[in-house]
Design a protein around this ligand. Structure first.
Ligand SMILES: [Zn+2]
Length: 488
């Protein structure tokens, strides 16, 4: 098994820049350097394990030595030098593991050895892996060499812990930060490998592995191989071995939480616990799931849902910290579920049991509490005359009473502009918010609240402002990973 694992990982190491997964920024810069005959004599590759640092270092070695670089400056992968590098037998490519005893000696000897010209190829390349493990003496020796590197010599330092590399070394290197590979890119690569290798892999199994490895492609390939038995990779097996939660439970808890169904949500957690599931791992995966939904809502500009998802994530993150130290491991998660499902801002119908929690929450926000009391008193004692002036003046207070988050959100973008025969016309900046408010249930909820406030029945109509003003969150968008984010 162990031998096969190495074989499979080695087999699917990127043999050219085109096959390098998830590091496009590194790829582009390096290919340009090769094109311009401008390859630096010292590189520092930093980033998490298994993201392609040493593979990229070997690609540079290939590109510098290849006898027939292709038109797009890719190594040919066929010539003597390319083959020797693939087989790890090119004498002028010296790979040093700084973490090993031998590595320490090798770095110490660098200064003398480095003066010799390459034996066979055009360039001599030193790849120093785990470079942060070098001793002070070794760093000093390397520093002298980096100050005046011989023309034929190149250094590539790879590390997962760049903060342990002296500034003097960093400043002499061109630095590349390798990113965690996205789970989507890992999934694509695993699917490709499974096809070539004839592994019957369930998509769900590959997805689980892709998410589990936290951006490390090498680990993903290793796991895929390890978990394949008799040419099959099943999600059930992956789930068992890695202790990954059942995705259907994540889905159903998500559904129940967003429905504010406290009882069913608590049942799911109790089932998880009695099955012996790792609750911390479950919460971790669940938060990821909510995050995915949050980013999707951002992309759709559905800001009411985004606010709700942020709230769920914040509550669950606090619970996650407490799970290990709690005497009843499922308790922090249960409390979190109650907080989420009974949260006053997202609760359509208030039940008596919510009172205590609501009061606690209000105590955290004293100004809100005062406001609430004030509005309750007004509600009971004072009724205002229904006229346009009062409508405008008390509009923020009226909208504050809305229970449905999406409606509340959309009303923030509205203003009452006319009142005729008990018909209130609201003006909106965008069609989106106008339509949201005019949805049947939302419109009725708003009409009821206004009726309560003025003790007078009303109807709502809506228009769009002539000169459209962009809602606040559309003004300040920046893009990352293909998603649009509001700058809050
Ligand atoms: Zn070649």
């Amino acid at each position: 098994m162990a031998v096969d694992k190495i074989a499979l990982y080695r087999k699917y190491r990127p043999h050219n820049f085109d096959n390098l997964v998830g590091q496009d920024h590194v790829k582009t810069t390096l290919i340009n350097a090769i094109k311009g005959n401008n390859v630096s004599h010292a590189y520092l590759f930093t980033g998490p394990r298994g993201t392609g640092k040493t593979s990229t270092a070997r690609l540079i070695a290939k590109a510098l030595n290849c006898a027939n670089l292709k038109g797009d400056f890719e190594p040919c992968d066929e010539c003597e030098f390319c083959s020797d590098i693939n087989e790890a037998r090119l004498i002028d490519l010296i790979e040093i593991d700084a973490a090993s005893n031998r590595g320490i000696d090798e770095v110490r000897d660098l200064k003398e050895k480095i003066q010799f010209a390459p034996t066979k190829s055009k360039c001599k390349i030193y790849i120093i892996d785990e470079a942060h493990m070098m001793t002070k003496e070794a760093f000093n020796a390397l520093l002298k060499t980096l100050e005046e590197p011989p023309t034929h010599t190149y250094f590539i330092l790879a590390t997962t812990e760049v903060h342990k590399i002296p500034e003097t070394i960093i400043s002499r290197c061109q630095r590349f930060d390798f990113k965690r590979v996205s789970s989507k890119a890992i999934m694509t690569r695993l699917t490709y490998i499974a096809q070539i290798e004839g592994i019957e892999a369930e998509d769900k199994a590959l997805e689980m592995i892709s998410k589990y490895v936290d951006g490390g492609l090498r680990d993903a390939i290793g796991l895929m191989e390890q978990l394949t038995s008799n040419g099959e990779l099943t999600s059930e097996h992956v789930q068992d071995v890695l202790g990954i939660s059942d995705y259907s439970l994540i889905d159903s808890l998500f559904e129940k939480l967003t429905e504010k169904n406290t009882k069913d949500s608590l049942d799911i957690v109790n089932n998880l616990h009695s099955q012996g599931s790792d609750l911390r791992q479950f919460v971790h995966e669940f938060i990821q799931h909510v995050r995915d939904n949050m980013l999707m809502s951002v992309a759709k500009n559905d800001m009411a849902n985004v606010a709700e998802f942020i709230k769920i994530i914040e509550i669950l993150e606090k619970a996650q910290e407490k799970i290990s130290s709690s005497t009843i491991p499922q308790l922090p998660l249960e409390i979190a579920i109650i907080q989420i499902t009974q949260s006053p801002e997202y609760h359509a119908v208030e039940e008596p049991t919510t009172q205590v929690i609501r009061q606690e929450k209000d105590e955290e926000r004293p100004h809100k509490k005062i406001e609430n009391i004030a509005s309750v008193q007004e509600n009971e004692e004072t009724k205002f005359d229904l006229n346009l002036e009062n409508l405008k003046q008390y509009w923020p207070r009226i909208t504050e009473r809305i229970k449905t988050p999406a409606l509340k959100m959309s009303l923030r973008e509205s203003a009452p502009v006319s009142l005729e025969d008990s018909v209130i016309t609201l003006e909106f900046a965008t069609k989106f918010h106008k339509e949201k408010v005019m949805e049947h249930d939302n419109r009725v909820e708003l009409e009821m609240i206004i009726k309560d406030f003025f003790d007078h029945p009303v109807k709502i109509s809506a228009t769009i402002k002539e000169i459209a003003i962009q809602p606040k969150h559309e003004k300040y968008l920046f893009y990352r990973d293909g998603f649009a984010f509001p700058l809050l």
